[in-house]
Design a binder for this molecule. Structure first.
Ligand code: ATP
Ligand code: MG
Length: 489
C-alpha cells in the first residue's frame, strides 16, 4: 500500500458547492441560524437593492477571535457527527460558506470579540485566480468601505457578514433591483415564519431597521384557537413533543391572522405537521402522506419539537430546509395525534348538522348546514358504498373516498340551478312503470350477487337496501326485497 493525498481542486469544488439548491430566503435563514447559535439578541439585515445589490447581516452574538474566524471560514469547519450544544442550530460546518456563496461571489465575514476586530473573505474570483483555497484577510483599517460597518465597531462583540456580487440573480433577470426586492420580501416572510418562536421569545430581527414580526402558524395567541393536549413520543430515550392546534373558523380571523397562517386560499395546503429542530421550523404543512390534505382538516396543525440529538435519525440536509423522517417516527407522530385532531369532532363540527327529512330513509345526498351556508355531500353510510368498503383494501378505500370527494366538489350547482329555473330539468319522479322497475331490480341484483360472492351479511344488507334511495321510493322493489329476506330468515 502507499498513500497519495488527493486534495480537492478549489476552483471546481467551491463552484460545485454553490449548487446545493438554496433559495434566497433559505440561504439567509442559514446565516441567521449561526447568529442565533451565537446567542445574539439583535440581528440586523441591511440591504440595498441597487443595480449591484449587497446584503449585510450584523449580530450582537459572541463573535469570533481571529483564529476562530479562520477555522469558521474553512469548508467543513466541524464534523457533522460531533455532538452539538442543545441550542446549536448548526450541524455540517458548511452553512455560512455554502449558503452565502450559493447566492453571490463575494463573502466577507468580520467579527469582533474582546474589542478585537478580524476579517476574512471568500472571493470566488480570487480562488479561481489563485487555483487554491486562498482566503483574503483584512486589517481593521481596510474595513471602512463596508456598509454599516460602524455599527459593528460600536458593539462589544458580534459578527458582520457582507454578501456582494449576486451573480445568479443578475443573470436571472433584466431588472435586478426589482428581483432583489422581491427576494427581500420573500426573505422577510420566510424569516418571520421559521424563526417565529425566537422572535416571540424576544429576539429582534430587523430588515433595514424595520422589525420582522413573528408569523405564528398556530395563531396560539388567538382566543378562538383550540389548543389540544400535548403528547410525547420517545425515540431512543429522546423526547419528541407534539402539540396539536385547531385554528379558529375563518369568520373569526382578521386579515393579519390570515396572513400569518399563509392566506385563506392556502389553509388547506398548509395543514399538517410543523416540525421544529431546536425551535427552528424545518418542515411544515405536511401529514407525510399518512393523511389526505382534506378540507375537513384544513384547520388542524400540529407543532412537533425534535431535539438536535436526533439529527442522525432524520437525514437533515445541509440547507436545513428538507429532512426525511424515518417511517417509524412519522407513524408514531400520526397515531399520537389521530384521535385528538384528525378523528376529532372539533375539526368536523364545522361540517355542521345534517338536515335529515325522514329518519327512516338513507338519502344518497345529504344536505349539511355549515357556518357558511349549506353544502351537499354523498352519504358514506349508504349500503352501496358500505359493501364496497368491506371488500376494498385501505388504499382502494382512500381512492374511492377521493373519487367521491371529487364528485362532491364538482357538483354543478349553478348549472343545475339555471336548468331547473328554465324548466329544462324536473325532479325525478319515481313511477311504477314496469320497465323502470325491472331496470332497477336488475341493477339491485348485481349488488346482491356481489354481497353473496363476498360472503357479506346478506339479510343485513337487504334490509339496508330497503331503506336507501332510490329503492325505498318503489313499493314494488321493497316488497321484492322483503320476499328475499323471508327466504333467508
Ligand atoms: N454569526 C456568527 N457568530 C459567531 N460564530 C459564528 C457565526 N457564524 C458562524 N460562526 C462560527 O462559524 C462556524 C461555521 O459556521 P457554518 O455555518 O459554516 O457551520 P455550522 O453552523 O457549524 O454548521 P452548518 O453547516 O450546519 O450551518 C460555526 O460553527 C460557528 O462557530
Ligand atoms: Mg451554520
Amino acid at each position: 500500500m502507499f498513500e497519495h493525498e488527493c486534495v480537492p481542486f478549489a476552483p471546481s469544488l467551491i463552484e460545485s458547492m454553490r449548487s446545493l439548491g438554496y433559495s434566497f430566503p433559505a440561504a439567509i435563514a442559514d446565516l441567521i441560524d449561526n447568529s442565533i447559535s451565537a446567542n445574539s439578541k439583535n440581528i440586523d439585515i441591511f440591504s440595498e437593492p441597487s443595480k449591484d445589490p449587497w446584503l449585510v447581516i450584523l449580530d450582537d452574538g459572541t463573535g469570533m477571535s481571529e483564529n476562530e474566524l479562520y477555522e469558521a471560514m474553512r469548508y467543513g469547519s466541524s464534523n457533522p457527527l460531533e455532538k452539538r450544544r442543545e441550542n446549536d442550530l448548526g450541524r455540517f460546518g458548511l452553512g455560512m460558506k455554502s449558503a452565502s456563496l450559493s447566492q453571490c461571489r463575494h463573502l466577507v465575514v468580520i467579527s469582533k470579540q474582546y474589542h478585537d476586530i478580524c476579517a476574512y473573505s471568500w472571493d470566488l474570483d480570487y480562488v479561481i485566480e489563485k487555483k487554491s483555497w486562498m482566503l483574503k484577510g483584512f486589517s481593521e483599517e481596510e474595513l471602512d468601505k463596508y456598509p454599516e460597518i460602524k455599527r459593528l465597531k460600536k458593539l462589544e462583540h458580534g459578527t458582520y457578514i457582507f454578501l456582494g456580487d449576486f451573480d445568479r440573480i443578475k443573470e436571472s433577470t433584466s431588472n435586478i433591483s426589482e428581483t432583489f426586492n422581491k427576494n427581500l420580501s420573500e426573505m422577510n416572510d420566510h424569516i418571520a415564519l421559521v424563526f417565529h418562536r425566537f422572535i416571540e421569545e424576544g429576539l429582534n430581527i430587523r430588515i433595514n431597521e424595520l422589525p420582522v414580526e413573528a408569523r405564528d402558524p398556530f395563531l396560539s395567541y388567538h382566543p378562538a384557537t383550540q389548543r389540544k393536549k400535548e403528547s410525547s413520543i420517545y425515540i431512543n430515550n429522546e423526547r419528541i413533543l407534539l402539540k396539536p392546534f385547531i385554528l379558529p373558523h375563518l369568520s373569526k380571523l382578521s386579515r393579519s391572522d390570515l396572513d400569518k397562517v399563509g392566506g385563506k386560499e392556502n389553509l388547506r395546503t398548509n395543514q399538517g405537521f410543523y416540525v421544529y429542530r431546536n425551535k427552528r421550523l424545518i418542515i411544515w404543512g405536511t401529514w407525510f402522506r399518512l393523511e389526505r390534505k382534506d378540507e375537513l382538516n384544513k384547520l388542524a396543525r400540529v407543532r412537533v419539537d425534535i431535539p438536535n440529538t436526533l439529527d442522525y435519525m432524520w437525514s437533515i440536509d445541509i440547507k436545513k430546509s428538507t429532512a426525511t423522517l424515518p417511517d417509524i417516527i412519522k407513524k408514531n407522530m400520526y397515531s399520537a395525534v389521530y384521535d385528538s385532531v384528525l378523528g376529532s369532532e372539533n375539526v368536523h363540527t364545522y361540517r355542521g348538522r345534517k338536515e335529515k327529512k325522514d329518519v327512516d330513509i338513507e338519502y344518497v345526498w345529504e344536505k349539511i348546514k355549515n357556518r357558511d351556508g349549506y353544502e351537499y355531500i354523498i352519504n358514506r353510510n349508504i349500503p352501496q358504498l358500505r359493501l364496497l368498503e368491506e371488500t376494498l383494501n385501505d388504499g382502494q378505500i382512500k381512492m374511492l373516498d377521493s373519487v367521491i370527494k371529487t364528485l362532491e366538489e364538482s357538483f354543478p350547482v349553478l348549472a343545475l340551478y339555471a336548468d331547473v329555473a328554465k324548466g329544462n330539468i324536473e325532479e325525478h319522479k319515481t313511477e311504477e312503470h314496469k320497465e323502470e322497475i325491472e331496470t332497477i331490480w336488475n341493477e339491485l341484483n348485481k349488488q346482491f350477487e356481489y354481497i353473496k360472492a363476498n360472503n357479506l351479511p346478506l339479510v343485513r344488507y337487504y334490509k339496508a337496501f330497503q331503506k336507501v334511495e332510490p329503492y325505498c321510493n318503489y313499493p314494488e322493489i321493497k316488497e321484492r326485497i322483503q320476499k328475499e329476506i323471508e327466504k333467508y330468515e
